[in-house]
Design a binder for this molecule. Structure first.
Ligand SMILES: Nc1ncnc2c1ncn2[C@@H]1O[C@H](COP(=O)(O)OP(=O)(O)OP(=O)(O)O)[C@@H](O)[C@H]1O
Ligand SMILES: CC(C)(CO)[C@@H](O)C(=O)NCCC(=O)O
Length: 308
């Protein structure tokens, strides 16, 4: 699918100079150490040249957002109620959404030390495997019908209305299921990052869309053949981890024939994740405020900034 036309596209050589005046435009040694601990494969040049200007752009959106919230309260003759700023991050399975999300959480927490920056993935809003099986859609995990979208919308509504202590179910790749009685707690953040393949989708039968809640959104983009490579690499890591744990979903694959396990993973990529990317995820790309385009080794080579 050709890149959408309603964006300005920049090379990294252009993008890395986008800082504005008097901005915090470098990362400290301490930040770099934290980033390396997050994922030691992240290119630190990408952090400096791509993510630091991106953080500056988010500051711009944030300022404008707070001004608008204030002006709207003033218009109604009311005092300002705290309203969290929401960032959505979308893209294929295994493209690197959660890594991007955690990196942004870290960078924003550092530049805005008085603000609480929290992060969730929409994986926790998948129906548990028992429910997917009951509905006969276990082979459709990740497709729109496999998520409890109503629950996700209610959650976003609670966050925006600044409710304390909201529980979010947790999904485990190791167990391959939503964990029973295990939750993350989102507690009145100033900024919430919501990462998931479905965050820019338009569910049917709903009055409001998930994307209506976002004040800034990012689509992480790459050629499908590359994402397949990353999916299989991550599968290799999942197998290695599973070897230590007989309760891990991947344990039978980990102790069996490795070639056969990879053949199975390739098939799942083809039948499930690639199909989902083509039919339901990629068509949402042109709703994002920003497209981060990756090439080999996760290096970002192009950035699209939405014009209108
Ligand atoms: N910037 C990066 N540099 C190097 N490796 C990366 C980078 N981003 C992600 N990866 C690797 O790519 C794989 C997929 O990343 P990640 O788990 O963040 O993807 P995801 O899009 O969140 O996937 P899912 O939708 O399945 O949760 C992982 O093995 C991760 O370590
Ligand atoms: C949990 C999701 C849907 C999204 O992160 C994905 O990682 C997944 O498990 N997809 C189902 C097919 C598979 O096993 O890869």
């Amino acid at each position: 699918m050709a890149l959408p036309e309603n964006y300005d596209y920049f090379t990294r050589e252009q993008w890395r100079n986008f800082h504005g005046k008097n901005q915090l435009n470098t990362v400290t040694g301490d930040e770099l150490a934290q980033i390396a601990a997050l994922n030691d494969r992240i290119s630190l040049t990408d952090v400096q040249e791509i993510y630091v200007p991106l953080r500056h752009l988010i500051h711009v959106y944030l300022r404008r957002y707070h001004q608008l919230v204030e002006d709207k309260a003033d218009f109604r003759g009311e005092t300002v109620a705290p309203t969290p700023f929401l960032i959505g991050i979308s893209g294929s399975v295994a493209v690197g959404k959660s890594t991007t999300a955690r990196l942004l959480q870290l960078l924003l927490s550092r530049s805005l030390p008085n603000q609480k920056v929290q992060l969730i993935t929409t994986d926790g809003f998948l129906y548990p495997n028992a429910e997917l099986n009951r509905r006969g859609i276990m082979a459709r995990k990740g497709f729109p019908e496999s998520y409890d979208m109503e629950h996700l919308l209610t959650f976003l509504d609670q966050v925006k209305s600044y409710q304390p202590g909201i529980k979010v179910p947790r999904y485990s790749h190791q167990v391959y299921d939503v964990l029973p009685d295990s939750y993350d707690v989102i507690d009145r953040p100033d900024i919430l990052i919501v990462e998931g393949i479905n965050v820019l989708q338009l569910p049917t039968n709903q009055q409001i869309y998930v994307s209506d809640y976002f004040d800034f959104s990012i689509y992480v983009d790459a050629k499908a053949a590359l994402v397949e490579e990353w999916y299989l690499q991550r599968f290799g890591v999942l197998l290695d981890t599973a070897l230590q744990d007989p309760l891990n979903y991947y344990y039978p694959y980990a102790i069996g024939d490795r070639q056969a396990a990879f053949t199975m993973a390739r098939q799942v990529w083809q039948d499930v994740n690639l199909k989902n990317l083509r039919e339901y995820i990629l068509p949402t790309r042109n709703r994002a405020d920003l497209i981060l385009h990756k090439t080999e080794h996760h290096v970002i080579d192009k950035i699209g900034l939405r014009k209108y």
